[in-house]
Design a protein around this ligand. Sequence first.
Ligand code: SF4
Length: 328
Amino acid sequence: MGIEHIVYGPVPSRRLGYSLGINNIPPKKCSYSCVYCQVGNTLDMRVERANFYKAEDVAQVVKERVRQLEERGEPIDYLTFVPDGEPTLDTNLGREIGLLKPLGIKIAVITNASLIWCEDIRHELRKADLVSLKVDAVSREVWRKINRPQESLKLEAILEGMLKFASIFRGELVTETMLIQGVNDSSGEIEKIASFLAELRPNTAYLAVPTRPPAKKTVAAASEPVVNMAHQIFSQRLSSVEYLIGYEGNAFAFTGRVEDDLLSITSVHPMREEAVIALLRKAGRDWGVIEKLVREGSLIELAYQGRKFYMRKLPRDNRNSQTLEAGD
Ligand code: SF4
């Protein structure tokens, strides 16, 4: 079989616009076996890097697809390494990024960061324009429970590696924290993650919940009140915090239709009651709009520290949602 299948998309993503996915790892080789993994259980748990495909072949397949898309006038905003496994397990990752650079399209890598303690990998990742790091837990027992890491990995070294990377990386650094009910969604762990992220200083910290069926059937997304709490806690320490909850609308393009605008804003972050009132007033509408959306089950009202918030209801079984992520 050829390796044409390693390129897929472009997939529309709120984070990256039109993203052409590069699956540079054969299924499913990973250093983690996250309970929520949406590409199933890890088949080959490993931390050793390998030469899965020739870097020139990967670059060739991507270039060919880019050429076809350009011919059809289709836009591509990012070339994204987002495989069915961990992209940094590919020894050729740095070389592939180097070979793709001349295309003049931004390059993103979505990594679980488990190998970022290794200096070589930090230098390879540095060549990308955007790097997303997974930060689901900063306490060892919670990390073991949620990410089920390969046994030789050390959380302290990974966290230190992330900080070192942040200090040398000049591109866009983002983080992703998946919130799983009863695993990493206690206020204590969320506070600790927020403290670590405050030190890391990502451009944006994303809060996610699984939007497709996870590896372990018993795994459930954190509830809306908890997701809202996490947003409030993160926002106290970080300048930009957004949800990735499976709605890929453009949250910042106002349509003028107040229902649509409310739903797209609240799928990115919760809105305080005062902000909702202001938006309704601007649109010349009354509170009946909110009552209707709550009644229909698309909007949800929450209380946190004596204030009222509105957020988009989380999708419960959104098998068709198009998110950027393969495994992550
Ligand atoms: S979610 Fe990502 S890091 Fe976790 S097991 Fe799946 S592919 Fe690996």
